[in-house]
Design a protein around this ligand. Sequence first.
Ligand code: ARG
Length: 286
Amino acid sequence: MSATMPAPVVAPVRTPSTRTVLMCRPDFFTVSYRINPWMHPEKPTDTSLAVIQWEALYRTYLDLGFDVKLVDPIEGLPDMVYAANGGFVLDNIAYGASFTYEERQPEGPAYMDWFRANGYEVRVPENVNEGEGDFLLVGDAILAGTGFRSASNSHEELAAIYGREIVTLELVNPNFYHLDTAIAVLDPSPAPGQAANIAYLPSAFSDSSLRVLQQRFPDALLATEEDAAVLGLNSYSDGYNVVIASRAKDFERQLRERGYNPIGVDLSELLLGGGGVKCCTLELRR
Ligand code: ARG
């Protein structure tokens, strides 16, 4: 009889991949209306500080070797800095955004113009959706949020356009109103046969959606309420380097333990609008 030796515990080797992203300088950033609980129009904002903090994020991406494209900010659209909401881009097809609130609606066409001018095939949306704020590609599936912003019929549109599996997830806490405030994708380009992992905040989801997450991602990192409260999950990973809110200390520790390289940035000014690292970042996939 041969005894089977237990498999040795091997620290996972994380491989960074080059990303192409779209960003928008917060030249016109302010908080002049309230469409999420983070926003307090009566509280002053500092646009020049927002620009300085945003530039630190921009430089971090350049230092990581990312190809960073820029879309021109438009006066009167203070939330345009949250580029993740500008659409969802996969297979060279840009599914445009159709915003929930009137204040942001002009951003939809503005981003679609940029996609067209830069060689992406644009699909004009029929249903309300806020782009990559609610749609996250994980492996071959698209996790799709609903509950506060993107309407569930946009998930059907997404399925028809990309022919991928769509996993609908229902958000229940208004503080985590976009899927990218409650889930971080850690492995954007997993090697064939390798599972893509995520981090998430369990309490942000309905019971049935939480069960879906637990089943699909048994090895996921679970964020603390404290870290989620500084939008710590709103982060951006290249598979090794994970750019996160510098205040998300437990998330930072968990990432290190799992072999990732967390890089903290401070976007406190943009947090006043209810957004963080990932909100400022739209992934472009040819
Ligand atoms: N003020 C913006 C809004 O409420 C913030 C958007 C944050 N973006 C994101 N991808 N979570 O729409």
